[in-house]
Write a protein that binds this ligand. Structure first.
Ligand code: G6P
Length: 468
């Protein structure tokens, strides 16, 4: 590869590039939208940065290319690597293990082999792309071995790691047959960031109990082969969204008009409830639907006074737990729709599709009550997007205590989604909330989300890393 070297290299499983195929089979490459790219793009362009990642389809690759000032460097994966490293070890071993074993994690040695070899590929690509003394920032649970591999290949560079999902308590993490290797992989970094202080604490207690290394405050003391001691810092850096962009979009007349149109298409209910999630068992979609169904059955909520929209974006369709979840959710949705809706007044409108940013903004504005009932979630950016979109200061947010966002969004109605009766009461409280109380709470929520945006997050992480 003859691409120029970069001073800052971001590494994540997915490359933020959308590839489209024209009728004449020519390919067009565009930066895919998303908070993380938006936040990192200014600093990446300034530092002639690069992004290393998988282009998202089997056996597909292209020459490194510059998009909006950022060099995209693809790491191609074969179908077998996708099955074993991505669907297997990342999403059927680590994902459930790191999310409170909501679904039982599967431990397969060949998946682990693939995880190690794919992490090596990413590490080699990053090590080849970074300038002398530059910085590599590795993201998320799919790439936990990469930090130490990069450090070994390029001891001159600073390595940061950020975990976007929870880090499990030692009692659960200890199940992992490769627990020590994962911890040592992470400890190749100079700074390890987590969403919540709780995650960073879990990580350090796993290190103490499972590696024998000592910690001092937020630092882990790593003994190098030459006998020297390297300090690795671990701390919470709660991620956010491009709040100003979400706020600005929600102010556009076309978005406000679309929000009104959505409500009228749903029969103009007095109260519109809204949920939007990747179709993932961590999101507590079934718990939310159960609470809603019971409220309808008991007559405590009534159609057409109330309606619900649930957007479930397709996710990890090759993993069996996701297929089972889809069957379960869709059976419940069908029952609610069939038992309680009528023509022109649906009890629930379900979309198993991705929605574009404009439609999402309109849905947030149209929704009186936003339901975030995750059983475990690193952060939950949907909660923050809802808040940033409520430029009218209205709306009520029902938010699970088991999200990272709950640490910050204290003025939401906080719920334990396992407690169905509690959840039902909280939904009723949100439905009945006075405009005055909505404004009071939303004002405080908005202040928090607008101040602590994703650029502030990236700057805080990179500044801390630079000072190591
Ligand atoms: C979570 C993870 C990300 C991941 C995203 C979508 O937010 O933290 O790393 O990219 O889910 O999942 P997918 O498997 O489609 O990349």
């Amino acid at each position: 590869m003859n691409a120029p070297l970069s001073d800052l290299v971001v590494v994540s499983n997915r490359l933020p590039v959308d590839v489209s195929v024209a009728d004449d089979a020519t390919l067009t490459y565009r930066r895919s939208p998303g908070g993380l790219v938006a936040a990192l793009e200014p600093v990446l362009s300034q530092r002639s940065g690069a992004w290393v990642g998988w282009p998202g389809a089997p056996d597909f690759t292209f020459e490194p290319l510059r998009l909006d000032g950022v060099l995209s460097i693809p790491v191609p994966l074969t179908s077998e690597e996708i099955a074993d490293y991505y669907e297997g070890f990342s999403n059927a071993t680590l994902w459930p293990l790191y999310h409170d074993v909501i679904t039982p994690p599967e431990y397969h040695r060949e998946w682990h082999e693939a995880y190690r070899s794919v992490n090596t590929k990413f590490a080699e690509a990053a090590a080849a792309a970074v300038t002398e003394g530059g910085t590599v920032w590795v993201h998320d649970y799919q790439l936990q071995l990469a930090p130490s591999m990069i450090k070994q290949l390029r001891p001159d560079v600073k390595v940061g790691f950020f975990n976007h999902i929870p880090f499990p308590p030692e009692a659960l993490f200890a199940q992992l047959p490769w627990r020590r290797e994962i911890l040592m992989g992470l400890l190749g970094a100079d700074l390890i960031g987590f969403q919540r202080a709780q995650d960073a604490g879990n990580f350090r207690s796993c290190v103490r109990r499972l590696t024998g290394l000592t910690t001092r405050g937020h630092q882990v003391l790593v003994r190098e082969p030459d006998g020297s001691v390297r300090e690795v810092a671990s701390a919470a850096f709660p991620i956010s969204i491009d709040s100003a962009a979400a706020d600005a979009r929600a102010r556009l007349p076309r978005i406000q008009a679309r929000a009104r149109e959505i409500r009228s298409e749903l029969g103009n209910p007095d109260c519109l409830l809204f949920g939007v999630d990747r179709l993932d068992y961590t999101k507590g979609i079934a718990h939310r639907l159960k609470a809603y169904e019971e409220l309808l059955r008991e007559g405590r909520l009534k159609v057409p006074g109330v309606a619900m929209v649930q957007v479930a974006s397709p996710s990890r369709v090759g993993v069996s737990a996701y297929q089972a979840l889809r069957d379960d959710v869709e059976a419940t949705v069908g029952r609610i729709a069939g038992d309680f809706g009528s023509l022109g007044s649906p009890a629930i409108h379900y979309l198993h599709q991705n929605q574009d940013a404009d439609e999402m903004a309109a849905l947030y504005l149209a929704a009186d009550v936003m339901l975030v009932t995750a059983l475990r979630d690193g952060m939950n950016l949907v909660a923050k997007e809802y808040v940033a979109s409520r430029v009218d200061g209205r709306g009520a947010l029902v938010l699970s205590e088991f999200t990272g966002a709950a640490d910050e969004l204290r003025q939401a109605i906080l719920v334990n989604p396992h407690d169905i009766d509690g959840l039902k009461n909280s939904i009723l409280r949100a439905v009945a909330m006075s405009p005055r109380e909505q404004r009071r709470r939303m004002q405080a929520l908005r202040r928090r989300v607008l101040e602590n945006d994703v650029s502030a997050w990236a700057a805080a992480f990179l500044t801390t890393l630079a000072s190591r």
